[in-house]
Design a protein around this ligand. Structure first.
Ligand SMILES: C=C(O[C@@H]1C=C(C(=O)O)C=C[C@H]1O)C(=O)O
Length: 278
């Protein structure tokens, strides 16, 4: 059992805070959590990059049409079955976790955990899982894997799941960001929410300097985490210009954030805010 120690470490996820979540929830703590999830995303991409694209894992005809998985790829089958199993063990009791296939989930067999309920109930169900799924498989995966096949379909799918879960956690965390921003300035957000004015809400919640910093930091993380580590000082794994070779191209990670992660997080924020006064 977790002890009832007040959370002094603002980088821990909200669901691990034990004191009044309304007091500890701040824009700073929420941003700290987003910084921590960056590490998970970069490491997950590095792990997936060990395998080539392995397109058979995404071919919906590869498994044939056997009962129970007809028309599903190995990757989809893997994600669905894992979610059913993890739901049984309580993963989705945590409001920070959003499944990709909510319709299929089993009822938890574990006792409920008293997660802090900080989201506004009518807005908590905001969900962009389908967009994350499509973006990951159609756009992102081909950008950081080589177009070949080594037969490791299940290992690749398992690595995909880790990427997807980290991306989903990060992007759906926009609900928490929006809740904090609303609580900090209800007088600014309320008229735009009542007018259902998406553009104004988007402007209010956007901080371009923060976004620029996030982009630069994730690029740097991809460089730092994605280098070969050797005991001698010289790095043998370099390109012809003497630059270290990275496991995942750092500019792909920056691109992932600027083109998909941050825009989707902001869509989540806007959609959450639109329901915030229901
Ligand atoms: C998440 C926030 O809201 C917006 C989205 C950002 C992001 O997804 O990283 C960054 C800045 C804001 O434009 C935030 O303000 O921290």
């Amino acid at each position: 059992m977790a002890s009832q120690i007040p959370n002094k470490n603002s980088s821990r996820p909200l669901s691990e805070t034990f004191d009044d979540p309304l007091k500890t929830l701040s824009l700073e703590s929420v941003r700290d959590n987003l910084v921590r999830i960056e590490d998970s995303i970069v490491f997950a991409l590095i792990e997936r990059s060990r395998f080539p694209l392995n397109s058979q894992a995404y071919d919906t005809s590869y498994l044939g049409n056997h009962k129970g998985h007809g028309g599903r790829s190995i990757a989809e089958f893997f994600v669905r079955e894992t979610e059913v199993f993890e739901a049984k063990l309580g993963r989705y009791q945590n409001p920070e976790e959003v499944p990709f296939f909510a319709d299929d989930l089993a009822f938890p067999i574990v006792p409920p955990y008293n997660y802090p309920q900080v989201l506004y109930p009518a807005a908590a169900s905001v969900n962009v899982s389908k967009d994350i799924w499509d973006m990951y498989f159609k756009d992102l995966l081909p950008l950081f894997t080589s177009e070949s096949d080594d037969g490791n379909y299940v290992s690749a799918a398992a690595a995909d799941l880790v990427c997807l879960q980290a991306l989903s956690r990060r992007i759906h965390y926009g609900r928490y960001v929006a809740e904090v921003k609303f609580r900090d300035a209800p007088q600014d957000y309320t008229p735009a929410i009542r007018a259902k004015d998406r553009d104004t809400l988007m402007k209010l919640l956007t901080f371009e300097t923060v976004e620029e910093m996030v982009k630069r930091r994730v690029e740097k993380k991809a460089k730092v985490f994605g280098q070969d580590v050797t005991l001698d000082d010289k790095n043998n794994n370099t390109d012809p210009e003497g630059e270290p070779k990275y496991k995942v191209n750092p500019s792909v990670v920056a691109h992932l954030y600027s083109k998909w992660v941050m825009p989707l997080t902001k869509v989540v924020e806007v959609e959450y805010l639109l329901r915030r006064l229901d």
